[in-house]
Design a binder for this molecule. Structure first.
Ligand code: PLP
Length: 417
């Protein structure tokens, strides 16, 4: 398959590479064989033709390393399944239990955990899942505890659903701070009020993978104060070899919690989501009631994609993880070289990296500076809540050459008089 379709835009710093276009010829891998690094198969010129948010929000001279989309081709088994559905007009309502079974098999294979399909309820997307569950287990006006800096929609959608956000900030080591958590749980439940804790595991934007001991401490505190734990585990498949993903529902005390999972981050299916609410063994009835209250749930198309990802996307994911591992290390060396004053801790999970730019002493929010002066789009730290000041979030799920050029530009922008 020739990957060289168009020449790059004039003036584009990566144009020569894109024009030369790596004329890669790739044989389509059969399932279960080694898959080439998905992060190096597309040229900048091809990426600039994308019409999704990542590539369309900013001007064409900007390198977009912001929203959590990946610059990859679709994994072959997912593409084949979607082609089959489109070609055959198989686009009706979702049906059957394949998605639940595929997720359960994937969890068994990767995390030695086999959640029962009878504890699962498909839901349109992850955000809808956590908003629905928190709305079900708390009263209007109740507090929801979150750990800033955290994924911004942890605030917006819950506030829109009439809940109040309470902060238990991460510690300086970017890990859960149990004194802060205890104090937030105590305040949230004062007077016998219902309260929930929305935990991001692994954590976006810091890439922290919570350990079993930490999660058990969460469960124990939640039990002590009567707080319902809802865990957003969308990034669970994206954990590097030096860390482990621990499903919350497998820890001691986790049986009272709810998890929301999806394949959409790990296989780049954000535009065709289909998530899954999973209840711990003690809350099965609530999940069944929730499932009965939802309308059609996710689309058939999204469900087919997630099912194919969990069932046949393992080799592609393994190759992606190797590429991401190389990129997170590359970013460390590029920051040393071009932005030595910035502070970057390599993520244990996710393709999102969290960079402390405070020591650069920029006059404006660093994301604004880098957009205007380096033509690199990053996520603005303050949008992630307290602790986000002076930070940016940089998405490494792209071609390493794009990361090289972006950090080179960022470094140059800080040295200009
Ligand atoms: C932690 C987290 N939760 C949820 C989402 C969005 O999920 P969905 O599009 O399924 O609502 C994202 C997207 O980046 C995320 O990082």
């Amino acid at each position: 398959m020739s990957l060289c379709r168009r020449s790059a835009r004039a003036g584009d710093p990566l144009a020569s590479k894109a024009r030369g276009c790596h004329s890669v010829t790739m044989a389509l891998p059969a399932p279960d064989t080694i898959v080439p690094n998905p992060l190096t198969s597309l040229t900048l010129a091809q990426l600039r033709e994308r019409t999704s948010m990542k590539w369309r929000r900013y001007d064409p001279d900007v390198l977009p390393l912001w929203v959590a989309e990946m610059d990859v081709e679709l994994a072959a088994p997912i593409r084949d399944e979607l082609n089959r559905a489109v070609t055959g007009g198989d686009l009706g309502y979702a049906s059957g239990t394949s998605y639940k079974e595929a997720l359960s098999e994937f969890a068994k294979d990767r995390w030695n955990w086999e959640p029962s399909p009878s504890h699962m309820a498909p839901v349109t997307d992850v955000i809808t899942g956590y908003v629905d569950i928190i709305s079900m287990v708390t009263d209007p006006g109740s507090q929801v505890v979150v750990n800033p800096p955290v994924y911004p929609p942890f605030y917006s959608y819950l506030e829109a659903a009439g809940r109040e956000i309470a902060h238990a900030p991460l510690g300086e080591d970017l890990r859960l701070d149990f004194a802060a958590l205890e104090s937030a749980f105590r305040d949230a439940t004062a007077g016998g009020r219902s309260a929930a804790y929305l935990l991001c595991s692994p954590h976006n934007p810091t890439g922290t993978a919570h350990t079993r001991a930490e999660l058990e401490q969460v469960a124990s505190l939640a039990d002590q104060f009567g707080v319902t734990v809802v865990v957003d585990e969308i990034h669970a498949p994206i954990v590097y070899d030096d860390a482990t993903f621990v499903p919350y529902l497998t820890v001691n005390g986790g049986e009272h919690g709810f998890s929301i999972m999806a394949a959409s981050k790990a296989w780049n299916l954000a535009g065709i989501p289909a998530a899954m609410v999973i209840g711990g063994t003690a809350v099965k009835e609530q999940v069944v009631r929730y499932a009965a209250s939802t309308h059609h749930g996710p689309t058939h198309f999204g469900t087919l994609a997630q099912t194919a990802a969990y069932r046949h996307g393992g080799p592609w994911l393994d190759s992606l993880m190797q590429g991401l591992d190389a990129n997170r290390k590359l970013l460390a060396s590029l920051i040393d070289e071009h932005l030595p004053e910035a502070h970057y801790t390599m993520p244990q999970a996710t393709y999102l990296t969290w960079i402390d730019c405070s020591a650069l002493e920029l006059d404006v929010d660093p994301s604004q500076h880098f957009l205007e002066d380096a033509r690199v789009a990053l996520n603005s730290g303050p949008l992630f809540g307290p602790g986000g000041e002076g930070h940016v979030r940089l998405n490494i799920a792209t071609h390493p050459d794009i990361i090289r050029e972006a950090v080179r530009r960022m470094g140059a922008s800080t040295h200009r008089g």
